[in-house]
Each structure stands twice: as structure tokens, then as C-alpha cells.
Design a protein around this ligand. Structure first.
Ligand code: ADP
Length: 652
């Protein structure tokens, strides 16, 4: 099987964080099972000589929105690089705040497609990562009609690739995708959303994160959309490459060491402290390494320093990120005698810190997987982590498990983001630091736990193989009984009346409020054996609807959609069907309604009820809509009385 792993960064060529590490180590581990190639943009900052990257002399070009894009393919072993001649990647930064980032990464995705098309290379699996390569899902399926299966990995849901809808034109996409079910998001396009919609399987980088992103707290406003797609989403914990991250092999360390003899770890600490102008190597060293963003819990750490400085410890912080954090940290870099702050990205210093430290802080507010804690554990450094995402999946509190779980490391865990909690956790660490035997056991356990890709890569391989053999995840269809008060006779009575659409009995306040300020109107079309029976427009916003028609034992197929504010009818789902023997209904209600609520949640342009009806009326009178359903008419007339509108007598 041939796999193409597509990423905007791959270590050591380019790396901003965990994605770079994973894009290097996962394909490498997969080589044991499949023929894997990786592909990334050739940024101007990449040193061709140092990395032995050579041109393949394969040149190609293609047109997008009447612009000609020129590419040259470079290669280093299994990694391919796309060099562009349109000044897309030759910039100061990989992910700078450029106003053509849609084009930069969109054209990268086209480049990947055209490389395959023009070179004739075929891959059974295209594995795309984060929003930068997300467009591949749409292009492969809808523009290039490839039979390759698409796996999309979300490394961090917070970065979604949101651009103005003008990008549809700039990237020569079809307006058909500008629907809430695919790309549309707050009147913009959201590339990550498009990839979730069109990929065959979505993975996230830890099982806990796969669950968390279905909640409002972690879903970055896509939780409902992710819930809908949960049937094809799986969490696989990342691994790390022990050829790269191992205190025995690390080329950045003066003193290499293993679990047998930690005295060399102490030697590393001594030289590091002196380089960082910190005193007293008998005190425990606490480190923080990472991007300065709120995600990483940098506020909690910053606000704790005032109290931490009085404890018997040293702290070293390394990172860079959002400007206000860079400034805040720079301004206190000389304030505390026992705190060293280095602003910047420095692989060598990071490795020396992992190797020298006693404890690593990772107070992340959310953490899709997190590699730092795994690296730290391999280097005999005890992680202090918030119980969230991948941190939860890889670190147990040392007091919770005895004996320790083979598959997890141990450290100090907490759940709260207050500074006092971090100070409290630090105090626990200080106590542990003095329980030498306990600490030794814990460290040697951590250094033995296998966080390499050995196990996890197999999970990906199994997925690829299943997909390659034709398997696809299936949506679950919920089955439920009609409540007893609706006996077959009642239903038939309702059904013979053309106005047989009434609110479904399980309308919850939760659902109603989601719908209420939401769509303009719903249209429901009922088909039987592919014939349109009738089409009805439903009154705005009264929760869930239930449809029943008097066609015994036949499959009734419905299509539900809504009118956008531009007056287009957008079909939300066409597979919502009812099978109607008298007592049992199979109904994919959740799928339908979540689709609609996704739209409503993400659409901020709420209109007042009256305005909506005014607009609807305008559309009818202008002939934009020709067929007015009876229900709509009724609801329009009695719009001030919405509470009675859709409730049949039987229901009350
Ligand atoms: P992220 O959310 O940034 O992807 P991860 O924990 O998954 O976080 O991966 C972070 C990776 O980046 C680790 O390899 C870590 O050592 C490295 N890293 C983060 N910040 C720095 C820095 N300032 N200097 C060197 N390496 C860094």
C-alpha cells in the first residue's frame, strides 16, 4: 500500500511544534508496513545543503483562477518538497500573518494533486494534517476524482483555516461547498471543517481529545459538527521517536545517560544552570518549554511566579509566541533570582532543559496530545500536568496508581487553572523530590514506558488497511419507539390530513433555543419511492419536527433544508428517512437536527422573526419561490402565536 503523508511542517526541515515532530516520526514508523512518502512546502528558510535536499528535475505548472502556478519537486529520501515560483513559501515565517495564507496553503494542496496527476504517482491513502493541507480532501474527492482514501488528523482544533468566502473564487472551488455541511462558517470558509466533512476518517491525537472536542468547552465552536462526524472520528495517541528523543542518543547533550545512572543528568543540570545564571544545583529545577499561547497555561505560570520565587527551587522557561506574552515574560526576565526566562525557539536548549530538569510544567488549558511530557519522561524529568487531553492519557498522578500502569507515565496532576493550584502542585513536587526512593522508582518507570510509535503506528496502519479494503465508517441510525399515546389510529388520522406535520414530542428547551434564533424557515420534502409527495415550508424555530404520511410500510424519504439569508434553499440532509410500520420509526433525527443546529450556531446573522417572514414573503412575491407549502402559509398568518402553531391537539 502506498501512503502520502501531507503536512505543512516536518522536522528537521521545518518545525513549529508537535505537528513537525509527528510528521517526521509517524511516517518513519509506518515504513515498517507501507510505502510511505511525505510531502511539504519547500520554505525559503530550509537549508538544502545541510539537509541534502535535491531537485528531482520534475517541473510542473497548473492554472487556478486563471493564475499560472509553477512548481519544482525536490526530495530527501522519503520526503518530497514542493518549491513554488510564485513567492508563496519564500517568506520570513512559515505561518506569518500573511493576507494570502488561503492561497499559500490552498495552492500547496493543488500542488500535491498536480504532482500526483502529472507524475502519474498513485497513493491508496492520502493522510492530511491540520488546516494547511485540509483542502486536499475536497480537491481529491471533488475536483480530481481520486479513489484514494483520505485520513485527516486534527492536531489542534483551535487552528481552523478560516478565510473570507472570496477564497472560494481565488481557489477555484465550487460554490456548492459553501454550505454549513461543508465549508461555510460565519459567512466565511473554514478549511478544517471541509476536511472533516469530506475525509473518510478523522483522527485526533489522543483518545481524550477526541471526546473533549465534542463538548462546548473544547469544541472551538465546531462541537456539534464534530459530534455529527463522531462516527468516523477516532483518537490515537501520538508517539515520539526515540532515535531523536533519548538521553542516550541526544546529540545536543554533553553528558548522555540512561535510567541506570542518573548522575550524568545531574552533570547536565550543573552546566545548564551556569549557562542560565541560576545558582545551587542541589535545588530541584522546574522547566517550562513551549509556545507562549493561552493554551499552554502560560497565564497560570506567570501568575504563580510571584509565589514560586520563595520556594527552594529554580525555574527555567523557554518559549516564544504571542507578542503580549513575549513582552510580559521579557519584562520580568531579570526580576526573580531563581527564574530564568529565554525567549525564542532553541532546539538545543530545549533538549538540555529536558535532560537537566527534575520537573516539567505543562499546565495546558487544553492539550490535543502534547509531546513535551513524553519527552520529559524519557529524560527522567517528572511532568506536572493539567488533567486534560493527551496529558490525561499519558500521565497519572503518582498517588493514584499502584503499581504504576505500564502504558502510562506518572507525575503530578491537577485540574484547576488557578495560580494557587500550580503553587500547590509545586509544593507536592518538592515533597516528592525529598522522597528519594519513591522518586527513583517513579523516574525509572517513566523512562521505561514505551511512548514510541511502535504501538500507535500500528493503529494508523490498521485504519489504512481497512480503508484500502473498502471499509468505511458508518453513521449510526438511532432507533426509537413512538410514544404510546400515539397509537396507529391516531397516527393515521393525522396522516390523512395534508397538514400532518407537527412538532415532535421530544422538543427540549435546549433544542428549541438553538433553533429559535436560527434559520429562516425549514422546508420539508417527502418522497415515497423517489416520487415527490409534497413539499412543505415550516414555520420558523419551534424545535424538532416529526413527519408522518399515510403510506403504510413504505419507505418515506425526506429531505430537509433551510433557506439561507441570501434566499437559497440549502439541503441539509437527504438521508433522513422513516420506515413506517405503524409502531416503529427509524429516524436519523440527531443527524438532521445537529446539522441544522450547526448552521444556526455558526451563523451570527440572526434576524428578527418578523424580518424573516417579511423576507420570506418578499421571496414568494418576487417569484423566487414558487411553491408555498400549506404549513408555511398557516404559520405565516398566525406568526404571533407560535406556541400553538405546530402543536396538534393530540400532542397537548
Ligand atoms: P505544540 O502544541 O506546540 O505542538 P507539543 O507538545 O505537541 O506542542 O510539541 C511541542 C514540540 O515543540 C516539542 O518537541 C517541544 O520540545 C518543542 N518546542 C516547543 N517550544 C520550543 C522552543 N521554544 N524551543 C525549542 N523547542 C520547542
Amino acid at each position: 500500500m502506498r501512503v502520502l503523508f501531507i503536512s505543512s511542517e516536518i522536522y528537521p526541515f521545518a518545525k513549529s511544534g508537535g505537528l513537525g515532530d509527528v510528521a517526521a516520526s509517524l511516517p518513519k514508523a509506518l515504513l515498517e508496513y507501507s510505502e510511505v512518502k511525505s510531502i511539504m512546502p519547500l520554505y525559503g528558510s530550509i537549508d538544502l545543503q545541510k539537509h541534502n535536499i535535491k531537485s528531482t528535475q520534475f517541473f510542473f505548472n497548473f492554472l487556478v483562477n486563471e493564475e499560472n502556478y509553477y512548481f519544482e519537486l525536490f526530495q530527501n529520501e522519503n520526503t518530497l518538497f514542493l518549491k513554488d515560483f510564485n513567492n508563496l513559501f519564500n517568506r520570513d515565517q512559515m505561518y506569518g500573518d500573511y493576507d494570502d495564507n488561503d492561497l499559500r496553503f490552498g495552492i500547496f494542496c493543488y500542488g500535491v494533486m498536480e504532482y500526483m496527476k502529472q507524475s502519474g504517482e498513485k497513493y491508496e491513502i492520502l493522510h492530511i494534517n491540520d488546516w494547511q493541507s485540509a483542502l486536499v480532501a475536497i480537491l481529491a474527492k471533488e475536483h480530481y476524482f481520486l479513489s484514494s482514501k483520505i485520513v485527516f488528523t486534527i492536531h489542534n482544533l483551535a487552528y481552523q483555516g478560516i478565510f473570507s468566502k472570496e477564497s472560494i473564487k481565488k481557489l477555484d472551488l465550487k460554490w456548492d461547498y459553501f454550505t454549513p455541511a461543508v465549508l461555510e462558517y460565519h459567512d466565511n470558509i473554514n478549511l478544517l471543517k471541509g476536511a472533516i466533512a469530506l475525509s473518510d476518517v478523522v483522527t485526533t491525537v489522543s483518545p481524550s481529545y477526541a471526546q473533549e472536542i465534542q463538548s462546548a468547552k473544547f469544541g472551538c465552536s465546531l462541537e456539534l459538527f464534530i459530534q455529527e462526524n463522531a462516527y468516523k472520528t477516532v483518537g490515537i495517541l501520538n508517539g515520539i521517536d526515540y532515535d531523536e528523543f533519548s538521553p542516550q542518543k541526544d546529540r545536543y547533550l554533553t553528558f548522555k545517560y540512561n535510567g541506570e545512572d542518573l548522575s550524568f543528568k545531574a552533570k547536565n543540570k550543573k552546566t545548564l544552570l551556569s549557562d542560565l545564571f541560576l545558582q545551587n544545583d542541589r535545588l530541584p529545577l522546574f522547566v517550562f518549554i513551549g509556545r507562549f499561547t493561552s493554551q499552554k497555561g502560560i497565564d497560570q505560570l506567570l501568575n504563580s511566579l510571584e509565589n514560586l520565587q520563595y520556594l527552594p527551587l529554580n525555574i527555567a522557561i523557554l518559549g516564544s509566541g504571542e507578542e503580549h506574552y513575549n513582552i510580559a515574560l521579557a519584562s520580568i526576565s531579570h526580576k526573580y533570582e531563581n527564574v530564568s526566562i529565554t525567549i525564542g525557539y532553541d532546539e538545543a536548549l530545549a533538549r538540555r532543559m529536558y535532560a537537566s530538569a527534575d520537573f516539567l510544567y505543562m499546565p495546558s488549558l487544553y492539550e490535543p496530545c502534547g509531546l513535551n511530557q513524553m519527552i520529559a519522561m524519557k529524560y527522567g524529568t517528572v511532568p506536572i500536568v493539567r488533567e486534560v487531553g493527551g496529558l490525561k492519557d499519558s500521565v497519572d498522578d503518582f498517588t493514584h496508581s499502584s503499581p504504576f500502569d505500564d502504558k502510562k507515565g506518572v507525575g503530578i496532576t491537577f485540574d484547576d487553572d488557578s495560580p494557587s493550584t500550580l503553587v500547590g502542585s509545586t509544593q507536592r513536587a518538592l515533597e516528592l523530590f525529598h522522597q528519594k526512593d519513591r522518586l527513583k522508582d517513579l523516574i525509572s518507570h517513566n523512562m521505561r514506558v514505551d511512548f514510541s510509535w511502535r504501538h500507535q503506528a500500528k493503529e494508523y496502519q490498521k485504519l489504512y488497511e481497512k480503508l484500502d479494503s473498502g471499509w468505511l465508517p458508518e453513521r449510526m441510525i438511532k432507533e426509537f419507539e413512538i410514544p404510546l399515546r400515539y397509537n396507529a389510529d391516531t397516527l393515521k388520522t393525522i396522516a390523512v390530513n395534508p397538514k400532518t406535520i407537527y412538532t415532535y414530542w421530544e422538543v427540549t428547551p435546549h433544542l428549541v433555543s438553538k433553533y429559535h434564533t436560527s434559520y429562516e424557515a425549514l422546508k420539508l420534502r417527502a418522497y415515497a419511492n423517489e416520487d415527490l409527495l409534497f413539499e412543505v415550508d415550516l414555520y420558523h424555530g419551534e424545535g424538532d419536527y416529526y413527519f408522518y404520511e399515510e403510506i403504510d410500510f413504505k419507505k418515506v424519504w425526506t429531505q430537509i433544508g433551510f433557506y439561507t439569508f441570501e434566499g437559497e434553499f440549502v439541503s441539509v440532509l437527504t438521508s433522513n428517512y422513516f420506515i413506517a410500520p405503524n409502531s416503529k420509526v427509524i429516524h436519523s433525527d440527531q443527524i438532521v437536527w445537529r446539522n441544522i443546529s450547526t448552521f444556526t450556531q455558526t451563523n451570527k446573522r440572526f434576524l428578527l422573526k418578523d424580518e424573516i417572514f417579511y423576507r420570506m414573503e418578499e421571496r414568494f412575491s418576487s417569484g423566487m419561490l414558487t411553491k408555498r407549502g400549506s404549513m408555511f402559509e398557516k404559520s405565516f398568518l398566525s406568526r404571533n402565536d407560535s406556541s400553538t402553531l405546530l402543536h396538534t391537539k393530540e400532542e397537548k
